[in-house]
Ligand binder design. Structure first.
Ligand code: RFL
Length: 373
């Protein structure tokens, strides 16, 4: 089998790329290891930056998002008995769009299907050979370009020559319990709670579902966090009465680490999204970076060259990683120690503006006035 562009993985990166290339008449095929039902049910991220939505709009992919998504432009820090609100949209940033990742994935698959180019599901890629042949069980796909969009646990990055591949990994001394739960009233904005028992967070997803995070000991497993323990710990650290916590739908442990694999491109093999860079969810950057990689890659492939792709995207990833890390450090500090810095951060001024712009992706340049952590 042959195609111009073989794309491994039907996550946001692979699907946006396939759509942009297909619309421009490029022959491409997406191979996905899991079933369509499984991919469409995977609830993960939910905060989209304004510029991400602009990319999707430009490719005609934002119809349902614009109709059903909600917007918010504030977050709150809960710390040592204080509640510090930050209206980051008003402070120089922009509003976020709130739309669950798996809804977007569903829309992207539907768009590819309508265009007559659906991904092939249930096809695990085993290896990439000579950077131009994708090998699966019973199928070989020869490609002019192989694009690895196969996420954090994919196989494509291993096709970078061992002598060339460089991975920078950071492991943090804690993990997070990630919970999806029903709420009686929508979570209105992101809430970060700094607590003696550890960090906790509450993030909007849909009007009826919220995403909750709890810091836990590094190495904890889901067995350490049965439902009653999750509920008790959330109740201690967060003002749950405001949202009316209902049934817990999913409890999992996020190993808190980040990893950047370089180079993002070697000849005709290119990596995009989590295949190239995994960040912690603290700054809500992962899905946004994946879509930005895909749109840059599509433009580069269509308009004459991949030369600047790796450099541009690595710079963007490093900025996002830097932001996510500073936020992560702040969120895990003892509340009494962090309070003065949080006051500074949330009061109108250069620190707040820098945070607002980085959080919402409106500053591609690093601001002179860095917020402290
Ligand atoms: P994905 O979405 O992981 O998609 C990769 C796809 O590749 C498939 N695959 C293979 N297919 C064929 N052969 C193989 N050998 C394959 N190996 C893997 C996989 O099945 C999958 O379908 O990567 P992509 O497209 O790069 O998108 C990245 C985002 O999904 C990720 O960055 C975000 O979900 C991260 N993230 C968040 N990002 C945000 O921007 N905001 C958030 O609030 C946010 N919250 C989160 C998150 C990630 C989470 N988890 C569990 C990873 C919350 C959670 C809980």
């Amino acid at each position: 089998l042959r195609t111009q562009v073989g794309i491994v993985g039907a996550g946001p990166a692979g699907l946006v790329l396939a759509h942009a290339l297909g619309r421009a008449g490029v022959d491409c095929l997406v191979l996905e290891r899991h079933s369509r039902a499984r991919v469409e049910a995977r609830a993960r991220a939910g905060l989209l930056e304004e510029r991400t939505v602009a990319h999707l709009r430009r490719h005609g992919l934002a119809g349902r998002l614009l109709a059903e998504g909600t917007r918010h432009g504030w977050c709150e820090f809960l710390c040592a008995g204080h509640r510090l609100r930050m209206d980051y949209a008003a402070l120089g940033g922009a509003e976020h769009w709130v739309y669950p990742q798996h809804w977007l994935v569903r829309d992207l698959i539907a768009a590819l299907e309508t265009a007559g180019r659906p991904p092939r599901f249930g096809v695990p890629v085993l290896a990439v050979e000579e950077r131009r042949r994708i090998r699966c069980d019973g199928l070989e796909l020869d490609c002019e370009y192989v694009i690895g969009c196969d996420g954090a646990r994919g196989v494509t990055r291993r096709a970078l020559p061992a002598g060339l591949r460089r991975e920078t990994t950071r492991r943090y001394p804690y993990d997070w319990v990630a919970v999806l739960a029903e709420v009686a009233r929508p979570v209105g904005g992101v809430l970060y709670a700094l607590h003696e028992r550890g960090f906790a967070g509450m993030m909007p997803r849909t009007p009826a579902i919220g995403r909750f995070y709890l810091q836990c000991a590094a190495g904890d497993t889901p067995a350490d966090w049965p439902g009653p323990r999750v509920r008790a710990e959330l109740a201690l650290r967060l003002p749950l009465a405001e949202v009316g916590l209902g049934a817990l739908h999913e409890v999992r442990i996020l190993r808190m680490h980040s990893r950047i694999t370089r180079p993002f491109r070697h000849g005709r093999l290119v990596l995009a999204g989590d295949a190239a860079h995994v960040l912690t969810p603290s700054g809500a950057k992962g899905m946004n970076l994946a879509i930005a990689d895909a749109t840059d890659l599509a433009d580069s492939l269509l308009h004459g060259g991949l030369d600047g792709y790796g450099r541009r995207r690595l710079a963007a990833v490093r900025r996002a990683q830097d932001f996510s890390e500073r936020l992560l450090r702040l969120l895990h500090r003892p509340p009494d120690e962090a309070l003065p810095d949080l006051r500074l951060l949330t009061a109108p001024g250069p620190h707040a503006t820098a945070f607002a712009r980085e959080f919402t992706g409106t500053s591609e340049e690093t601001d002179d006035a860095q917020w402290r952590a």
